[in-house]
Design a protein around this ligand. Structure first.
Ligand code: FMN
Length: 260
């Protein structure tokens, strides 16, 4: 009994010291944001491995073998949190604009845009946009002049999907092909657990996408970019180009660019 008590006391002291040391190290390095930064460094390969689980914070993308050879993963910049104009002014000024300068978005602007859309804000992986039952079923595909990428929020990267200029396939309206960026919001219905009713899943996707699209609209207004949310998409053609699985549904798009 005495030995047991001694072992318990030694183990308690050891755990106390170890936990205090761990807490001190994390605190010293910047606390939760340090842990979040570390999580953000999870490599692309880990995200790809998680693909088949269709669970939160994973990116629903084709396997590595189908990765386009001539495009590489783009490491995004850390989003600039000190940006933005007063919210009430931005709300007053938000409008759909369909004319864009023929100029790609800078890496920093693209990084800020995607984080504003649906980036990670908390250590448990929650996002700038709310989602019903926190199911986080959306991936954002980015159609640009050189190819199509998917946003990987954990690693803060753009993962290439297809090489080539598919902007004319990103929507039915003429202005779409002239814009530097089209964001395509794709719901992975496999991530919507708790119901097998396809209509219920689509309804949830339709609700959730509004928050992401509004984040984008407000960010664009705040930054002085032009943007328009769009339903006019040839979903069948674009789904093939994006190599989507049957459970992945294109719900909405936003065209974005600098003002002319
Ligand atoms: C769900 C949704 C789908 C839309 N689809 C299109 C579209 O396919 N093409 C387009 O030019 N504008 C589209 N719009 C933009 C609307 O036409 C626009 O929001 C509306 O005219 C009001 O103008 P405002 O956004 O400047 O307030 C869409 C807007 C929403 C909310």
């Amino acid at each position: 009994m005495k030995t047991l008590k001694k072992a318990f006391i030694i183990s308690f002291i050891f755990n106390f010291i170890a936990l205090s040391l761990f807490g001190f190290l994390i605190y010293n390095k910047g606390g939760i944001s340090y842990l979040a930064d570390k999580a953000a460094q999870l490599p692309e390969l880990v995200q790809r491995t998680w693909l088949n689980n269709s669970s939160k914070n994973t990116v629903s993308i084709p396997p590595v073998s189908e990765k386009p050879l001539n495009l590489t993963t783009i490491k995004l910049n850390t989003p600039e949190m000190d940006k933005g104009r007063p919210l009430m002014q931005v709300l007053k000024e938000r409008k759909s604009e369909r004319s864009y300068a023929d100029q790609p978005l800078s890496l920093q602007d693209l990084s800020n845009l995607l984080w504003a859309a649906d980036g990670i804000t908390r250590a448990d992986g929650r996002r700038t946009a709310p989602s019903a039952r926190n199911m986080q079923q959306f991936d954002i595909y980015i159609v640009m002049k050189n190819g199509i990428y998917v946003y990987a929020p954990i690693s803060n990267e753009l993962i290439p999907i297809v090489e080539g200029d598919y902007r004319k396939n990103a929507g039915l309206d003429a202005y779409v092909a002239a814009a530097p960026v089209n964001l395509i919001y794709v719901a992975d219905l496999a991530k919507l657990k708790g119901t097998t009713d396809e209509n219920a899943k689509i309804l949830l996707a339709n609700l959730d996408v509004g928050f992401i699209a509004e984040n984008v609209a407000l960010f664009c207004t705040s930054e002085g970019f032009a943007s328009v949310p769009r339903l006019s998409i040839d979903k069948d053609t674009l789904s093939k180009i994006l190599k989507l699985r049957p459970e992945q549904k294109i719900i909405l798009a936003t065209t974005v660019g600098y003002r002319k």
